[in-house]
Write a new protein. Structure first.
Length: 303
C-alpha cells in the first residue's frame, strides 16, 4: 500500500534524503567546482593544475586530507534541507494540483505537470538555499596547495556568512541568485520527472519489476545522465558567478568583476573557451549526480 506523504513529511523526507546523498557525493562536488574554475576565460586553457576528476581527488587528498575532499560539507547539509526539502516536499502537492487543473487524475504521471512541479519546487529551494550554496562553492574552490579561480579562506560556514555580510552587505548573500534559479529550474524540471519516466518505461516494456533494485538503479542512472547533460552549462555558470572576484563601485554597491548576469557568463565563457567551456567538470558532475539521484530517491522512498 502506498502512503501519501503530507507536505511537511515530504519536506523532512527530502531534506534527510539530500543530506544522506551529499555525504557520499560531496568529494565529486569539490572536484567539479575546481575543474569548472580551472582556465576560467582563458582561450588557451591556461595552466592545467588538474588533469581530470580523479587527479583532483588524488591531489586534494594528498595535499589537504579528508578535510579537503569534504570541504564545504557543513553548508552543503543545510543547503540540501532547503533545496531537496522544498523540491520533494512541494513536488507532489503542486503536481497533483496541476493535474486537477488540467483534468487528469492525481496519480497520473503527466510529463508537462511533472516538469512544471519539479521546476517550481526547485526554484523555491534554490532561492531559499542560495546563501548556503554560495558559501559551499567558495569553500570548495579554496585550496591552500593547488588553487584555481578566486580564492577566499573561511574557517567555517558561519565565518563565511558573517564575512560576506561584513564585506558585501546583506545583498551579498543573494549573489548569483538568478543563476541559482536558472540551474534549479532546469534541474528540478528534469531530475524527478526523468527518473519517474525512466522507471515507468522500463516497467511498461517489461524490462524491470517496479519494486526491484535493478529497476531503481537503472532508472536513476538514466535520470542522472539526462540531468547532467541538460544542467551542466547552468551549473558551470553558477559556480563562476558565485566565485568571481567582487569590487565596490562608485555607488557603494559590490558587483562582480567578470560577469554581470548568467547570460553574460554563458556568453563570455563560450567566446573564450568554446562550448566545451560550458561542460568543464562534466565527469565529476555525473559522479556527483548519479549517487545523489540514487540515494535521494531511495532514502525518500524508505522514509
Amino acid at each position: 500500500m502506498v502512503v501519501q506523504l503530507s507536505t511537511l513529511e515530504g519536506f523532512v523526507c527530502g531534506g534527510l534524503a539530500g543530506c544522506t546523498a551529499v555525504t557520499f557525493s560531496n568529494p565529486a562536488e569539490v572536484a567539479k567546482t575546481r575543474m569548472q574554475l580551472q582556465g576560467e576565460l582563458m582561450k588557451t586553457g591556461g595552466e592545467k593544475v588538474y588533469k581530470n576528476v580523479f587527479d583532483v581527488l588524488i591531489k586534494t587528498w594528498r595535499n589537504e586530507g579528508i578535510r579537503g575532499v569534504q570541504r564545504g560539507l557543513g553548508p552543503a547539509y543545510f543547503y540540501q534541507v532547503a533545496l531537496n526539502g522544498s523540491r520533494l516536499g512541494l513536488y507532489e502537492p503542486f503536481r497533483r494540483w496541476s493535474n486537477a487543473q488540467l483534468g487528469y487524475t492525481p496519480t497520473e504521471q503527466v510529463m508537462l505537470t511533472s516538469m512544471g512541479a519539479g521546476s517550481v519546487s526547485a526554484v523555491v529551494g534554490s532561492f531559499l538555499g542560495n546563501p548556503l550554496f554560495l558559501v559551499k562553492t567558495r569553500m570548495q574552490a579554496y585550496s591552500p596547495a593547488l588553487p584555481v579561480g578566486t580564492q577566499r579562506y573561511y574557517r567555517h560556514a558561519w565565518d563565511a556568512l558573517s564575512t560576506i555580510i561584513r564585506e558585501e552587505g546583506m545583498k551579498g548573500l543573494l549573489r548569483g541568485w538568478d543563476a541559482a534559479i536558472l540551474r534549479g529550474a532546469i534541474g528540478g524540471s528534469v531530475q524527478l520527472p526523468s527518473y519517474i519516466w525512466s522507471k515507468n518505461q522500463l516497467v511498461r516494456h517489461g524490462l524491470g519489476d517496479p519494486d526491484s533494485a535493478s529497476t531503481f538503479l537503472l532508472s536513476s542512472s538514466i535520470a542522472g545522465v539526462i540531468l547532467c547533460l541538460v544542467m551542466q552549462p547552468a551549473d558551470t555558470t553558477l559556480t563562476r558567478m558565485y566565485n568571481q572576484p567582487t569590487v565596490k563601485g562608485p555607488d557603494g554597491r559590490t558587483v562582480g568583476v567578470l560577469y554581470k548576469n548568467p547570460i553574460d557568463c554563458l556568453w563570455k565563457t563560450f567566446k573564450a573557451e568554446g562550448i566545451l567551456g560550458w561542460y568543464k567538470g562534466t565527469t565529476a558532475h555525473f559522479l556527483r549526480i548519479a549517487p545523489h539521484t540514487r540515494v535521494t530517491t531511495l532514502t525518500c522512498a524508505l522514509s
